[in-house]
Design a protein around this ligand. Structure first.
Ligand SMILES: Nc1nc2c(ncn2[C@@H]2O[C@H](COP(=O)(O)OP(=O)(O)OP(=O)(O)O)[C@@H](O)[C@H]2O)c(=O)[nH]1
Ligand SMILES: [Mg+2]
Length: 243
């Protein structure tokens, strides 16, 4: 019997003790056979203990196999995702943030185009409706980098920075990702498009946390951040005022 899970859920997590338990419970409630690979790299707020408690309290089942990877030094979301890719055994990979901004209940919608062979890559498109968009410049920045992607690759996607990305596992491995931090998002998009794959987008529900709840420094794409074009293909958004 093939014991490979249909789905591998990669959860990068850094200092998310307030949400990570609930998030994992929601992931496990999804009725798709899956493995869940959580990567923590140096959280200092009790997240590692919370993860171990979840693992001790909820035994693995064929529908839910939990793997915890602890890395000693903080290296960023991209490095965490890359570490997890090496452990993936499922057919389809989905990246799931550990805060509660993206809803695991929507995995069915995310993986359907891949399961039915209609697409290799699916992105969840955020609506950026007023009740979840805490910052005007955050939304404008997202639109800006997505427009730059469309111009570079002559495509028409709506939300290339979405953290809700699913794709065939073999394609994910083929991307040869190198990004360590949030540059992983444009890097995935750039490499997928450069390989000639079309991104299939589906609308998803997005619950943006407020700037005060997140851990990123205050700032915007307009003040203190810049868009860089790398190799004419992959671009990156970097803060220019951080040390
Ligand atoms: N392992 C690891 N995970 C990280 C790191 N930085 C962020 N993450 C995780 O990556 C996911 C996305 O990070 P967020 O900080 O939520 O990024 P964001 O959604 O753009 O920002 P917010 O608006 O603050 O939520 C979350 O699950 C984080 O815990 C890191 O350095 N290491
Ligand atoms: Mg977030």
């Amino acid at each position: 019997m093939d014991s490979r899970p249909q789905l591998s859920v990669i959860v990068p997590v850094y200092n998310e003790v307030a949400t990570v338990r609930t998030l994992l419970e929601r992931v496990m409630a999804v009725r798709i056979p899956k493995e869940i690979i959580v990567v923590d790299d140096g959280s200092t707020d009790g997240t590692p203990t919370a993860l171990e408690e979840v693992q001790a309290a909820i035994p693995d089942t064929p529908d839910n196999r939990l793997t915890l990877l602890f890395r000693p030094r903080n290296r960023g979301k991209g490095a965490a995702v890359r570490a997890a890719i090496g452990r993936v055994t499922g057919d389809i990979v989905i990246i799931q943030d550990a805060d509660l901004e993206y809803d695991p209940a929507e995995y069915g919608v995310m993986v359907a185009p891949i399961k039915t062979g209609r697409s290799d890559v699916v992105y969840g498109v955020r609506g950026f409706l007023s009740h979840t968009s805490y910052s005007y410049w955050f939304v404008v920045g997202n639109r800006l980098v997505t427009t730059a992607t469309n111009m570079l690759f002559n495509c028409y996607i709506q939300d290339m920075e979405s953290g809700f990305k699913a794709m065939r596992a073999d394609l994910m491995r083929q991307l040869g990702l190198r990004g360590n931090r949030f540059d992983i998002e444009p890097e995935i998009t750039g490499r997928v498009l450069r390989l000639g794959y079309r991104i299939h987008e589906v609308p998803i529900t997005y619950y943006a946390r407020g700037r005060g709840e997140g851990k990123k420094p205050e700032g915007s794409l307009v003040e203190g951040e810049s868009v860089k074009i790398k190799d004419g293909m992959i671009f990156d958004v970097t803060r220019t005022d951080q040390s």
